[in-house]
Design a protein around this ligand. Structure first.
Ligand SMILES: [Zn+2]
Ligand SMILES: [Zn+2]
Length: 321
């Protein structure tokens, strides 16, 4: 299946409404939704949503402890870095290189975010860059002009989370030939569900241990450090796709509709400088102005200083600092 047949490079991105039924890549046969991806979407979206609700109910009964908050913050930091520093800047854009041990850390930390296995995440994201806000973009929040009501709201919903349920069947491997050749990455991809479960078990275990072996500590760790943490990071990441192509500043006149969303910068560890990113996607840093918080970029720089990563693609300004 080709995804490029209707993707005219001359199209003004962001200006053309998505035709009816064209939620997936251009040229996809009608109704050719990937059933297994759709099933996974129900788990990916549904379980953390129920878990977040469970965490809130749990907090009403048992309160929120410092251990709960610490596990939420700690697990959030590690997995958000796994998504933005690992899945996004390292695996998707190859903005630096790393030895196998560090590669494994990025891959496992990103997998624990439970946003899909590496191959799916990276292939989808590279497809997003190849067709940004045009037919073929898997998650553009453009208005859905299919004659039905509320085209903007439904387009936004599609870009945020709805797209996960309408992923088209296609050969993902053609977007990630480099990952397919990397045995370590394919092993991490293969054991995706194991990493997700480990990301739930770890905070539960820590919650249990840090509270002197109490069941309340384990439950708080599982709910806040595990499920609620996945839920919150999911929606921050997906907001970069939805809000980050709808609302915010556009200092760079890119050919797409990408935006910088300053309010999301700390929570997305720098990923929400999304207009900056689309302007220069290969860079390991998203910070184009000194005040723009980019935690993932800072961590990559620290790892570079420590000699744990190399060939980091810095913006010219950062290099002269
Ligand atoms: Zn984008
Ligand atoms: Zn990107």
């Amino acid at each position: 299946m080709t995804v490029s047949s209707e993707s005219s490079p001359g199209t003004t991105p962001g200006s053309s409404p998505r035709p009816a039924g064209a939620a997936g890549p251009a040229g996809a046969p009608a109704g050719d939704t990937d059933a297994s991806a759709r099933r996974l979407a129900y788990v990916t979206v549904g379980v953390p949503t129920l878990g977040f609700a469970g965490a809130v109910v749990f907090a009403f009964h048992y309160g929120i402890s410092a251990v709960d908050i610490g596990l939420l913050a700690g697990m959030y930091l590690v997995t958000s870095l796994g998504v933005e520093g690992g899945f996004h800047r390292f695996f998707s854009h190859l903005s630096f290189t790393a030895r196998p041990g560090v590669t494994a850390f990025w891959g496992i930390a990103g997998s624990m975010a439970a946003q899909g296995p590496i191959v799916f995440w990276v292939a989808t994201h590279r497809q997003h860059h190849a067709f940004t806000d045009r037919d073929g973009d898997p998650h553009s929040p453009r208005p859905l002009e299919d004659g039905r009501r509320f085209p903007r709201v439904r387009g936004f919903w599609h870009g945020h989370v709805g797209w996960l349920f309408t992923v088209r069947r296609q050969n993902w491997s053609k977007y990630v030939p480099d990952l397919m050749r990397n045995r370590l990455v394919m092993k991490i991809n293969q054991y995706y569900f194991g990493w997700v479960l480990a990301g739930l078990a770890l905070p539960a275990l820590l919650g249990w241990a840090l509270t002197g072996g109490s069941a309340r500590g384990a439950a708080g760790g599982l709910l806040w450090g595990g499920l609620a943490r996945i839920f919150l990071l999911d929606h921050v990441t997906w907001s970069v796709n939805s809000i980050g192509h709808t609302l915010g500043n556009r200092p760079h006149r890119t050919r797409d509709d990408s935006r910088n969303v300053a309010a999301l910068a700390p929570f997305s560890v720098g990923g929400s400088w999304h207009n900056n990113h689309h302007a220069k996607p290969a860079l390991a840093h998203n910070r184009h102005t000194f005040w723009q918080i980019d935690i993932a970029g800072g961590v990559i720089r620290l790892l570079d200083v420590l000699g744990l990563v190399s060939h980091v693609r810095y913006p010219k300004r950062a290099r002269s600092e």
